[in-house]
Design a protein around this ligand. Structure first.
Ligand code: OOG
Ligand code: MG
Length: 257
């Protein structure tokens, strides 16, 4: 247990001091249950500073993300109020280590979702809105290099996220929703919703099912980011990144020194 608190403190310090650390697997982190306990302790440190839990996120749910990070097992994390940014905001890169950004489909739940056995249909029935999201990941590990267990402990590299301003009920087929990621008006990545587990709602179902193991569920009102649809792109000073999803609108974040 003391390892769990020590490791969570190390990752929290890395984030607050913007100084990366060595992977915890090099220091004895060896199993998934402990990695999620570190994640929970890390989130508790944020809650202790007055933040609120606002939802969840999935990671490594698309082939593009798995190839980019060299890790092929999906994972989940928790997102807190301090990570929320408005679309159109410019982020200060001074407050981060080596941030990257990726386009995602976010689900805003109207009903709780409790596993096991949650289906895509269950997720869609419980969803009030879907919208495009930009997820800013900022691994606390040196060189943005980690194993699955390290990334679980580091709360899926979560740093910040923004949602699009248009919240629409999930009507069209989200698997077929086209996604275009632009940096300074230039298209750098594209994908369809199916890139995430065949259907982005399948990722939300995966998280609801996994949460059973820790006695939690996805709560009504939570936002759930279903995972990067494409490889992430580095956030560089002076740049502006926009994700557009067909039928869902767009979301933009900028970055400054
Ligand atoms: C870990 C997973 C983060 C995603 O959508 O895949 C994630 C990472 O790539 O740093 O948010
Ligand atoms: Mg992500």
């Amino acid at each position: 247990m003391s390892d769990v608190r020590t490791w969570a403190g190390r990752l929290d310090d890395a984030a607050t001091r913007c100084t990366p650390v060595a992977p915890l697997t090099g220091d004895g982190l060896a199993d998934t249950a402990t990695a999620y306990r570190v994640q929970s302790a890390l989130v508790d440190l944020r809650l202790g500073r007055g933040e609120r839990l606002v939802g969840g996120k999935l990671g490594l749910t698309s082939r593009a993300k798995q190839l980019a990070m060299g890790v092929d097992t999906p994972l989940y994390g928790l997102v807190t109020s301090g990570m929320v940014r408005r679309s159109g905001t410019r982020l200060s890169l001074k407050e981060m280590i080596h941030p990257r950004v990726e386009p995602e489909i976010a689900f805003v739940l109207g009903e709780p979702l409790e596993g096991p056995g949650v289906t895509v249909a269950d997720v869609l029935a419980a969803t009030r809105y879907v919208c495009p999201a930009l997820d800013v990941i900022d691994s606390r590990y040196e060189g943005f290099r980690f194993t699955h267990l390290d990334a679980v402990a580091d709360n899926a590299s979560s740093a910040a996220f923004a949602l699009g301003d248009d919240l629409v009920a999930p009507t069209g087929d989200l698997a077929l929703a086209g996604c275009v990621l632009e940096v300074d008006g230039r298209v750098v990545e594209s994908a369809a919703g199916a890139a995430v587990m065949g259907h982005p709602a399948a990722a939300v179902a995966f998280m609801a099912d996994r949460l059973v193991e820790v006695g939690r569920r996805l709560e009504a009102g939570w936002v759930v980011l279903s995972g990067g649809l494409t490889a992430p792109v580095p956030l560089t000073p002076g740049s502006t990144v926009t994700a557009t999803l067909s039928g869902l609108g767009s979301v933009t974040l900028g970055a400054d020194h």
